[in-house]
Design a protein around this ligand. Structure first.
Ligand code: SF4
Ligand code: SF4
Length: 314
């Protein structure tokens, strides 16, 4: 599952990088044109319509504005609430480029210091086998230098034609807008990936907050749940907690708004109990598992997964 997740994360980063280059979506600040799938997106109004003060003219302008501006904008704004209501924070865990960057930063910090985050109040660090320190130092330095610059160039392409940016890079002669775009995004990426990381996902990101809110309220949103009927099979290895970079306690089976449905706790538990024997699974809503229902029907109460054997924290 982790491999598939890495593939979706990389594919989405490529999409974000390529959208302006392929003219799939960008706004050109020089020509003041919004380009969508190679076409200029406008209100479809000729200059003469603005001069037409009749009721018919005003009605046409209002209709075009509704169809070409208001409704598309509502559709864009609805994406994350709908995603949240159906899939919880699945987008955050499987696609978000920032989440991917923060996971890379976690990984390198863990390899270099033995801790996933230097500022976490409740460390739940996974084991970090030593060795290959030099390689990790080099990868970390390269990531610090290259990734923010690449991100800056790619995101500036949403506002300045990628061809223009490329020619400025080739000639090493930048306009203020391109310089400001690249440096601004690079600094943002550096600061968030070193200092803020998943706190940004929890408390600041608007897309994350919308998915969080609608996912929490929705009775059918996708969740990762532990099977309470099999809680007594838990070995208390804490693999699921250590795998969770969002600092969720998966065994509590609470509707935790920080969970990004990444499935790393599922992977960790399968590793501990054997493939397919893990206690976690994805499910829509909070209906009890087949095993729990079977136990209920036969009158055998399932154990509460909120109180697994042994201490939750050491
Ligand atoms: S609880 Fe599991 S699915 Fe949710 S964020 Fe943590 S590891 Fe990912
Ligand atoms: S639920 Fe699974 S991964 Fe988590 S402590 Fe129990 S056995 Fe380990």
């Amino acid at each position: 599952m982790t491999t598939y997740r890495r593939m979706t994360q990389i594919a989405f980063i490529l999409l974000v990088f390529l959208m302006p280059v392929l003219n799939i979506f960008r706004y050109d600040t020089a020509t003041k044109e919004l380009i969508i799938f190679g076409q200029i997106w406008g209100l479809g109004l000729k200059q003469a319509f603005y001069a037409d003060h009749s009721l018919r003219g005003a009605g046409h302008v209002a209709l075009q504005f509704l169809l070409k501006a208001v409704l598309p904008w509502i559709a864009v704004l609805a994406v994350f609430p709908i995603l949240g209501a159906l899939t919880g924070r699945f987008f955050c865990g499987w696609f978000c480029p920032e989440g991917t960057l923060f996971e890379l930063a976690d990984y390198l910090t863990l390899k270099l210091t033995g801790r996933r985050s230097l500022f976490a109040k409740r460390p739940n660090d996974p084991d970090a086998p030593g060795g290959k320190k030099l390689i990790h130092v080099l990868v970390a330095l390269l990531s610090l230098l290259v990734l923010p610059l690449l991100g800056g160039i790619a995101l500036t392409g949403y506002l300045v034609a990628p061809k223009t940016i490329w020619s400025q890079i080739m000639n090493w002669n930048f306009t203020f807008g391109v310089k400001a775009g690249i440096i601004g995004v690079a600094l943002y990426m550096l600061i968030t990936s070193i200092l803020v990381r998943h706190s940004l996902c929890k408390y600041i990101c608007a897309a994350g907050l919308m998915q969080m809110l609608f996912g929490w309220a929705s009775p059918v949103s996708l969740r990762v749940r532990m099977d309470p009927a099999r809680a007594d099979e838990c070995t208390n290895c804490r693999g699921c907690e250590k795998a969770c970079f969002m600092n969720v306690l998966p065994r509590m089976n609470k509707r935790d708004i920080s969970c990004v449905n990444c499935g790393e706790c599922i992977v960790a538990c399968n590793r501990e109990l054997g493939a397919g024997r893990g206690l976690f699974r994805y499910q829509a809503g909070e209906k009890p598992s087949p095993a729990a229902m079977e136990k209920q029907e036969s009158g055998v109460p399932g154990k509460s997964c909120a109180a697994p054997a042994g201490p939750l924290h050491t």
